[in-house]
Design a protein around this ligand. Structure first.
Ligand code: SF4
Length: 261
């Protein structure tokens, strides 16, 4: 089954429902099969990931409490614009991407208009962004494929998204979750770091981390949890100096002494 936000898992929290103490209990994790599909895993496969007691539920409850407004900072009106903004966001701040796309999307709002450009033309509009030459090629090639193969629309399936130039698994998950509301866990540097420190994953790379987080967090919470982990990474659990002494999650975090190490 492809990630499908319309089919809730029995016993899972409802979308946006704030977990209370004792509510989170995983009944089956999901594993990426390499084709954008997920399968249920048995309890033994994920036992090593479970933090002690019910700390996953408490972690989610605290994150929900402290970051109730967490959402993507990228500005967009359509799935296509989110896809372009996400491609541009690699090694570039969301603020800078928003500055670039504010003008870009006024002139070229969709795949049809961007597909007509040559890379050198688009470079002039996105050169405030790192890797702009490569991104220009990716965006135009992707736009042309969307026009030719999908009538200008962005597909809502992982295996189709990752076939597009410049679109990796993280970008595809961002689009699935934010443009289509399909449960997905995009693993960026913040999600990777914070989830490891909180004991939600031990993954050495984003793909493994995605699988592990999705095993311990209910599917209905993946989209929100992604935003919460990013917000916490940006505001408190910084890469170099995590603010453990003021962290609201210190009571349930196995890395809470990190700041003093
Ligand atoms: S206690 Fe420290 S390491 Fe743990 S989540 Fe908070 S800031 Fe990060």
């Amino acid at each position: 089954m492809v990630y499908d936000g319309t089919k809730g898992r029995e016993g899972a929290l409802k979308e946006n429902q704030i977990p209370q103490h004792g509510m989170i209990r995983q009944e089956g994790g999901r594993e990426d099969t390499g084709k954008g599909e997920v399968q249920l895993l048995g309890a033994g496969d994920r036992a090593h990931l479970q933090p002690e007691g019910d700390s996953v539920g408490e972690i989610l409850r605290l994150l929900a409490e402290y970051y109730p407004e967490a959402k993507t900072a990228l500005r967009y009106d359509t799935p296509f614009q989110l896809l372009v903004a996400t491609i541009l966001s690699a090694q570039c701040t969301d603020r800078r991407v928003n500055n670039i796309t504010a003008g870009l999307f006024k002139r070229f709002p969709d795949a049809f208009s961007l597909a007509k450009l040559e890379p050198a033309e688009l470079e002039q509009h996105i050169k405030g962004c790192g890797l702009f030459r490569a991104k220009s090629k990716y965006i135009i090639a992707t736009s042309r494929i969307l026009v030719e193969k999908y009538g200008g629309r962005v597909p809502d399936r992982m295996e189709e998204l990752v076939e597009l130039p410049g679109v990796g698994r993280k970008t595809a998950n961002v689009v699935l979750a934010n443009a289509f509301g399909i449960p997905a866990m995009a693993v960026d540097t913040h999600v990777q770091r914070v989830s490891r420190r909180l004991g939600l994953s031990r993954g050495e790379n984003p793909k493994v981390t995605e699988r592990e987080i999705c095993q311990v967090i209910p599917r209905s919470m993946w989209i929100l949890a992604h935003h919460w982990l990013i917000a916490h990474g940006r505001q408190v659990c910084h890469a170099r100096r995590p603010a453990c002494v003021v962290c609201p999650l210190a009571g349930v975090c196995p890395s809470r002494r990190l700041e003093t190490v």
